[in-house]
Write a protein that binds this ligand. Structure first.
Ligand code: GLY
Length: 579
């Protein structure tokens, strides 16, 4: 497929957009579940929003239509997702936002990752025998880090937006107060995680009807406690969350389960504006998330390793291309295990990891025909070259701004613990720390000293909101959920567009592969041909087909300014809409 849709595609999409607008105009929230044809991108000239939930896309697009910018729309979407998609949308978690302004010639990264409470200690997740206790790090009150989302979204709006926090929260408050129509995905999600969600009364109150039954598709879902919590933020700003009633409710919740978050921790939470990591790939400029995310560093490292291979000629998802990608991925994830952590606490050899010279040295170790064995790939020496369910959304406005935002409460529904009286779920992001060197986290990722638990440290992330630019113009906005697979998922959409000339929807849809060093396997989605798998096995790779990976919500902007939105069909509620 080509990067731009042909005329028949244009006509089809104009009709689809017209239909979407018509449906939105006559509907109340929740009744317009129409998100475009998932085989061609949605096209628009004035603004594009792609999120994992139709309702979040709708309210954010509305902000753009009223003259708001991409940051206004992003903050509106972030709060709306906290209501419509509680499995990952959140105010009890954290994330990263990249903001690009063509006019200011600037890309900034807002780090609102959760932090370890001041009372956290290195061995807090070890049992009496010194073994990592996964129940503690994933499903207990001490699995929660200090939430960053409210402070991060408020900071983004204050520095780069044009509307008030009250305006950005209004659609979310309406969705919580008046309710929205339950989708099959929502209903199935709650049922599948009932053990986690119904451990405490507050979870039952949030996710079950008054008669104790499940919400079924078509029911209206109202969240009165959450509406009150959001209203307090609208009225009092971040103090309405980090101090006063909500803070007290969080601390009271902590006390029910030996949790560590204190009023002081909440009051002290600060998001940070950071410089994104920067690299180049075949003439494109790549901006992505810097530590405490590993995402940007390793996307650029893998692209650097692959840049000298003729990927386009080797073919999309051919055995040769997958082999080279897997070999580059192995080396990057080996480095991740040793060198990556919160750069406010440890020295991350970032400039080495993303240097083209280091990539050349790693490329030299790749046999073009045979798989290397992961255990033989020790983390490299980048210092010599120095000079996890989550949700992503992408937004572009007509003023030359683009936003890539990924935020999370870690697993689906995070810790499963709802703050009683406040109506939101707490993250279990503490599991992203290395509980014990060499012991894998929830995504099978191994970490070391650089990512050990320390008070007030941010746990290492893989979230990779990314903005690709060409000649100073926003070109591709991408990012994904998927834990350890976030990095490779985002990487493949970038390569599918740049190397293989796929349009953004085809790039998002294409079957993906993943290698994370350990376990030593190429994980594939369905859709990779049996011939390819046979060839890969012949090269010495272990290949395992598993469930789908990630949910990229992406936008490509063509040279003529037309915006193409690609919503990921791996999520039934995802929606791209433009105007
Ligand atoms: N919790 C998944 C990540 O941040 O990578």
């Amino acid at each position: 497929m080509k990067k731009t849709a042909g005329w028949s595609g244009v006509k089809r999409n104009v009709m689809l957009v017209a239909l979407i607008v018509l449906f939105s105009a006559v509907s109340v929230y929740g009744q317009a579940i129409l998100s475009g044809d998932r085989s061609v991108p949605v096209e628009a000239k004035n603004g594009m929003v792609v999120t994992s939930h139709t309702l979040a896309t709708e309210v954010a697009l509305d902000v753009l239509k009223k003259g708001g910018n991409a940051v206004d729309a992003a903050v509106t979407a972030g709060f709306a997702l906290a209501v419509t998609q509680p499995r990952s949308g959140n105010i009890g978690g954290g994330g990263f936002m990249l903001v690009s302004s063509e006019k200011k010639k600037e890309v900034v990264a807002i780090d609102y990752r959760e932090k370890a409470p001041a009372g956290a200690t290195r061995d807090m997740f070890l049992d009496a025998d010194g073994n990592a206790d996964q129940n503690l790090s994933r499903f207990s009150h001490i699995s929660a880090g200090v939430p960053g989302t409210v402070a991060g979204l408020a900071l983004a709006l204050k520095k780069y937006g044009t509307i008030s926090l009250e305006e950005a929260l209004a659609p979310a408050i309406k969705l919580a107060e008046k309710g929205f129509v339950v989708t099959p995905r929502f209903s199935k999600g709650v049922k599948s995680k009932q053990k986690r969600l119904f451990k405490f009364e507050a979870g039952k109150k949030k996710f079950l009807k008054a008669d104790g039954k499940f919400y079924e598709p078509g029911d209206i879902y109202i969240q009165a406690d959450l509406a009150e919590t959001l209203k307090l933020i609208a009225k009092e700003g971040i103090k309405g969350f980090y101090e006063g009633r909500t803070a007290e409710l969080i601390v009271a919740e902590m006390q029910k389960g030996k949790g560590l978050i204190t009023l002081e921790d909440l009051k002290n939470y600060q998001p940070k504006i950071r410089k994104p990591v920067f690299g180049t790939y075949r003439g494109y400029d790549i901006y992505s998330m810097s530590p405490p995310s590993s995402g940007g560093a390793h996307i650029i490292q893998i692209l650097n390793i692959l840049e000298k291979f003729p990927i386009k000629n080797l073919g999309h998802n051919s055995a040769k291309t997958i082999h080279l990608m897997a070999e580059a991925m192995k080396r990057a994830y080996a480095d991740r295990s040793k060198f990556l952590g919160d750069s406010d606490f440890v020295k991350v050899p970032l400039s080495g990891i993303i240097s083209k010279k280091y990539a050349a040295s790693q490329r030299a170790g790749i046999d073009p025909d045979f798989a290397s064995i992961s255990r033989n790939i020790a983390p490299g020496n980048p210092t010599d070259f120095e000079s996890n369910e989550t949700t992503h959304f992408s937004i572009v406005d007509k003023f030359g701004n683009a936003v890539a935002n990924t935020y999370t409460i870690n697993f689906s529904y995070g810790s499963g613990i709802v703050v009683e009286g406040a109506g939101f779920l707490l993250n279990n992001e503490m599991d992203d720390f290395s509980a014990k060197p060499g012991v894998p986290n929830g995504y099978g990722l191994i970490g070391g000293e650089a990512n050990k638990v320390e008070p007030q440290k941010r746990m290492l992330s893989s979230m990779s909101p990314t903005i690709v630019m060409k000649g100073g113009k926003n070109f591709l906005i991408a990012g994904s959920p998927g834990g350890s697979r976030i990095i490779t998922t985002t990487l493949q959409v970038i390569m599918n567009v740049i190397d293989h000339n796929l349009n953004v929807q085809a790039a998002v849809n294409a079957p993906r592969i993943h290698h994370q060093w350990l376990p030593d396997e190429i994980r594939i989605e369905e859709g990779i041909s049996v011939d390819t798998i046979r060839l890969l096995k012949g090269m010495g790779h272990t290949v395992n087909e598993k469930s789908s990976m990630g949910a990229i919500q992406s936008i490509m902007v063509a040279e003529d300014g037309i915006m193409y939105g690609g919503a990921d069909p791996r999520r039934s509620t995802s929606a791209a809409m433009g105007f």
